[in-house]
Design a protein around this ligand. Structure first.
Ligand code: URA
Length: 205
């Protein structure tokens, strides 16, 4: 499978910072105005040693109420497509680019992403997954350091420093664009195939 290499990310696993330590630094975060309007900060959930980390955009209404990512309609969709990769929610880790819900589910603003970015970056470094699946444009642009969108980039894996990166459609987008679902499923099958070809511990981890 052709893998495109994008320079600029570290290859060496950095000093271990635990997820609770990162969460602790976030605290009752007021680094951007979303701190005033959120109900709950949505840090992330899942296996701290996950081989696959999924990155979404930001909490919606249900996530804001419950403090967990992908628990609403987008979460139902995510659960069903995970099976296409042979994965369960318990195996993976899920986080968002921004940790607090933008009012009315508007897009995150650049300054909000900027204020929140150290926390996702540290989560990725802590988990140090083999594969990062970017759900939608915000996650893709953050992880791949690009301005391109998923429509252009999806359908293949990219090597970004240590990580294999799969940019794909956001599950919520397939609710409004059902014609994108086949592509999302194809990307999940590509992930499943890669995992089968690269068993855990195969590179000495
Ligand atoms: N959409 C996201 O991007 N993240 C969530 O946690 C829920 C919906």
């Amino acid at each position: 499978m052709a893998v495109m290499h994008i320079p600029g990310h570290e290859h060496q696993k950095p000093r271990e910072v635990t997820l609770p330590e990162i969460w602790n630094v976030l605290g009752n975060c007021q680094r951007c105005p979303l701190g005033q309007t959120r109900t709950n900060l949505v840090f992330g959930v899942g296996n701290p040693r996950a081989r696959v980390m999924f990155v979404g955009e930001g909490p919606g209404r249900n996530e804001d109420e419950q403090g967990e990512p992908f628990v609403g309609a987008a979460g139902q969709k995510l659960n069903s497509i995970l099976a296409e990769a042979g994965l369960t929610r318990e195996e993976i880790y899920i986080a968002n680019v921004i940790k607090c819900r933008p009012p009315g589910n508007r897009n995150p603003r650049p300054e909000e992403i900027e204020a929140c970015s150290p926390f996702l970056r540290e989560q990725i470094r802590s988990i140090w997954p083999d594969v990062i699946v970017c759900l939608g444009n915000f996650a893709t642009q953050f992880v791949m350091r690009t301005e391109k969108g998923v429509t252009k980039l999806r359908g293949q894996m990219y090597q970004v420093g240590h990580f294999q990166v799969i940019p794909t459609f956001h599950p919520a987008a397939t609710i409004y664009h059902p014609e994108w679902l086949d592509d999302l499923v194809a990307d999940m099958r590509m992930l499943g195939a890669w995992l089968a070809e690269h068993p855990a511990g195969g590179d000495g981890q």
